[in-house]
Design a protein. Structure first.
Length: 246
């Protein structure tokens, strides 16, 4: 009995969307944490902190989503123009394009009859021929780039998901359950932990150290919080903003 073991190696498809998820969440956490720490550092009322953070969160999410949509759309348009150009060349100068396929596989070590068979097999199917030219000659992969709309939605949603976390403790301040200082500390802890988890996942996906990835992303969030808190405190001290009791 012929038993064949098929090894299916897992690969990440639409890697840009995974990137969007990671960076959207991380940017959302860091943006809201910076606002919460900065405005909260001035000991301003919880209502103002929540309002400022929510406005910053939604504004940031919209801006990131729009920028991501336009960037991916532009990339796709460039790639699609390259695909059309390659299709035209296969139709208009097939001998030249066949020679390019032959050169590519000769560099891979194919020779003689074996090379002729490979080239003949590829060029006998225009879809395979086009795909080979795109991947081997130009290094293009439209599938990995993903959909502009999907990328924008992923970025928007992940930004909001990350952005809401540092704001949550201030709802407890508004309800009289804790002080503003306690809320800032809890917001920093939540943000650092969530950033570490996302950074660790990013590190694992990139086949790198998950500990290093987690510490790197968590460190960025902590740094933003300290800078924001320092700015808010100094502005309150010099009287640029009016301090209100919470």
């Amino acid at each position: 009995m012929d038993r064949r073991i098929t090894h299916i190696e897992p690969h990440i498809k639409e890697s840009n969307h995974i990137r969007d998820l990671v960076f959207g969440f991380g940017d959302g956490v860091n943006t809201s944490l910076g606002i919460v720490a900065g405005v909260g550092g001035a000991i301003i009322s919880a209502d103002v902190v929540i309002l400022a953070a929510l406005i910053g969160m939604f504004t940031g999410a919209k801006a990131m989503a729009v920028q991501n949509y336009l960037a991916v759309k532009s990339q796709r348009e460039i790639l699609e123009s390259e695909i059309r150009r390659e299709e035209d060349e296969i139709e208009s100068v097939p001998d030249k394009e066949r020679q390019e396929i032959e050169d590519i596989y000769r560099e891979k070590g194919f020779e003689g009859e074996e090379l002729d068979k490979v080239v003949g097999k590829i060029t006998s199917n225009k879809d395979v021929w086009l795909k080979t030219m795109l991947t081997e000659e130009l290094g293009l992969n439209l599938e990995i780039l993903g959909s502009p709309l999907k990328g924008a939605l992923v970025m928007f949603g992940s930004f909001l998901l990350g952005g809401i976390l540092p704001i949550l403790p201030y709802f407890a301040v508004k309800a009289g359950l804790m002080s503003s200082i306690a809320a800032i500390v809890i917001a920093i802890i939540i943000s650092v932990v969530s950033s570490f988890i996302v950074g660790a996942l990013k590190g694992r996906m990139a086949k790198k150290s998950w500990i290093k990835g987690g510490i790197e992303m968590a460190g960025l969030g902590t740094g933003i919080a300290l800078v924001g808190y320092g700015i808010g405190s100094e502005l309150a001290k010099v009287g640029i903003v009016t301090v209100a009791s919470t």
